[in-house]
Ligand binder design. Sequence first.
Ligand code: SAH
Length: 333
Amino acid sequence: MLTKNEIINLLNTTDEKVLFKKADDVRHQFVGDEVHLRGLIEFSNICRNNCLYCGIRKGNGKVIRYRLSEDEIINMARFAASMGFKTVVLQSGEDLQYNIKKMCYIIENIKKFNVAVTLSIGERSFEEYKAFRQAGADRYLMRIETTDKDLYHKLDPDMSWERRHECLMMIKELGYELGSGIMVGLPGQTIESIADDLLYLKKIGIDMAGIGPFIPHPDTPLKDEKGGTLSLALRTMAVMRLLMKDINIPATTAMESLHPQGRIMALQAGANVVMPNVTEGEYRKFYELYPNKICVNEQPRQCRTCIAMKIESIGRKVGTGYGGHNNKQPIKL
Ligand code: SAH
């Protein structure tokens, strides 16, 4: 168990190679050499929120908005499963058009392909989370973004940090595997507050930690901010691995958007998961959370092949199982 001061010192290290090596050793020892792939479907970029950092915020009038139909989503998931993905992640803005009936129809049909289903659709009611679980959803991803409440309320107007925390607790109580995480390099965020974030994620007992650099989007109020560095994002992720040795940690897409080898660097500094985009057609370029997002002109099969080659090039292998936390299946409701 690391103290807050020790975490701060590690985050500030001038010798990051040593930190990355340590995180890589812990990753090897506790979760092995398999890299689990999750096929990501970005099914709607319509959002009721106005987060200052996010390219698909409600207030960004320049975005071409889209919303996939239930059957389009199911077909993309079928294709992902046929390419060998054992997990499908459904992500969107907070789009309430996908109500209980629609989401449950989507989840139930995707479960027929024998894949784990992860949802990443933001804040909903207990009743909704429960219905989605009963329909077969296994995991849920929702970043807390920051535990600095003042910063959170500045960056996410009309949202409540407490409400987000409560949602994470409901998701956990319902027996989902819980993924959460943060962005690093937010304007006004300190190293000390990142240390608090890591301790928070440990305290709530997450199963997966998604950590990425904040990248300023030109059509948002934060367009002139500096953004996070790959180095700080990698250090934060490596310390997370030391704090929670056996959880799943993705090499995030935002990391690769800052550096062509970003995900490979992450896989060698504690990460054991990658989430290739399996959204078909031209939708992925409209799901622009931040600029320079990678692979917007690729199609699913190219992304699957490309990432498998990268994984094998560093002596690792693509996971063959569902790749849950500790390889446990989430409790069936
Ligand atoms: N609406 C869902 C999914 C959101 S998008 C939810 O609220 O959970 C997924 C993640 O992208 C966000 O949680 C945020 O951490 C990240 N993100 C958004 N804008 C970003 C930016 N400009 N740079 C880097 N990451 C960003």
